[in-house]
Design a protein around this ligand. Structure first.
Ligand SMILES: Cc1cc2nc3c(=O)[nH]c(=O)nc-3n(C[C@H](O)[C@H](O)[C@H](O)COP(=O)(O)O)c2cc1C
Length: 352
């Protein structure tokens, strides 16, 4: 079973990921992984932090000479900005005089972030103890692991691509020191029928994709195929009739029926709220004094919709890879591909 465990604070030394359940013999391309990390950092409306980071994925285990060993893949993405937070984010009690960033406790939680709820929940005295992990910085690891998953599903002809479907006006928002959100779409082509299952709610592919996308910071809605629009249509307009060759003329179901991929493109959309850290801060309350104040202004983007499209693409790639591992198994990538081939020989469906 494909599984990703992660750790890492936004300004700590590094993000760490362990991806288990990969077959042996999968070729990975270092540049492809780093290119996805760079795509996440670019895009309209992003802050200078992204230029500081220039993420690179280092692989510490599970890979030899560019091919997976079938053992846990250990990934590290260093936080280059940690240099400025050495004292403030030192894992052990820091030595020497306080210097750099993060030396003073944050007591003014930002609305729309985990700041208030997380700090109350865990009993932190410094809101930073909440916001460091709640930050979307951790999506860099999602993207690194997603790049590996794209390589895996690529072996059976599946391609996953995210794009921006809709986005607020960044220039106007920036001038007002405000933020915007938007909508991203992820489309996966070459997905065979039969990934996921109707057998239990947890095995449904649509449920898994929705959970993966809702698991990304700032995502507040997910649609599969025509999604919410379907609610207003008649049955005769809403479904995708089955034609010879088992193909469809329409794809309102977004490639999933009964929680199982049906052989059409898998299409999902995610709605992102406007980023909650504003350069013109929202009202808040100082947790130490109880007095009204303005929320912390932590360096922040105007929009991250393009970045979200990359993170969403990675999240969908992970879920499709997980479902494909369940369906086709195999200790080596050759076994995995052979099972996929045998399955396609059995069913009267062929990739386009
Ligand atoms: C790729 C990405 C980048 C983000 N960058 C920022 C940012 O610069 N500033 C900000 O306030 N929120 C940013 N967010 C959103 C917050 O992380 C998120 O709203 C917050 O953690 C609260 O989680 P929730 O919105 O899911 O409730 C970003 C989200 C994503 C997916």
């Amino acid at each position: 079973m494909l599984h990703l465990a992660t750790a890492g604070e936004s300004h700590g030394p590094a993000l760490v990921g362990i991806l288990t359940g990969l077959p042996a013999g999968l070729s990975l391309d270092r540049e492809a992984i780093d290119a996805d990390l760079a795509r996440r950092q670019q895009g309209y409306g992003r802050s200078p932090r992204q230029r500081i980071e220039q993420d690179r994925a280092e692989i510490l285990a599970g890979l030899r000479h560019g091919r997976t060993l079938g053992t846990p893949l250990a990934i590290v993405v260093a936080n280059r900005d940690h240099e400025n937070w050495r004292w403030g984010m030192s894992p052990w009690p820091p030595e020497g005089e306080p210097e750099g960033k993060g030396t003073q406790p944050v007591t003014l939680p930002r609305p729309g972030h985990a700041d208030l709820a997380g700090t109350l929940k865990y009993g932190h005295e410094d809101v930073r103890n909440t916001l460091e992990r709640a930050s979307a910085r951790q999506t860099a690891m999602t993207v690194a692991a997603g790049a590996v998953c794209k390589a895996l599903v690529g072996e059976i002809g599946v391609e996953v691509a995210g794009s921006v479907a809709d986005m607020g006006d960044v220039d106007a928002a920036k001038a007002d020191r405000d933020t915007v959100g938007g909508v991203v779409e992820v489309r996966a082509t070459g997905v065979p029928p039969g990934l996921g299952s109707y057998a239990t709610r947890g095995s449904r592919l649509d449920a898994r994709l929705a959970a993966a996308l809702m698991g990304i910071q700032a995502v507040k809605g997910v649609e599969i195929g025509a999604g919410f629009e379907l609610a207003g249509l008649r049955g005769s307009e809403a479904h995708d009739e089955i034609l010879p060759g088992l193909r469809r003329e329409t794809n309102r179901a977004g490639g999933i029926e009964g929680g199982v991929s049906n052989g059409e493109d898998v299409v999902v959309r995610a709605a992102m709220k406007p980023l909650p850290t504003l350069m013109r801060p929202l009202r808040s309350v100082d947790l130490e004094t109880g007095e009204a104040g303005e929320a912390l202004v932590e360096r922040s983007d105007v929009a991250a919709v393009e970045a979200l499209s990359v993170v969403a693409e990675a999240s969908v790639a992970f879920e499709l890879a997980r479902a494909a591992r369940e369906k086709f198994g195999g200790d080596s990538v050759d076994d995995f591909k052979a099972a996929h081939r045998a399955y396609l020989e059995r069913i009267p469906w062929q990739p386009r």
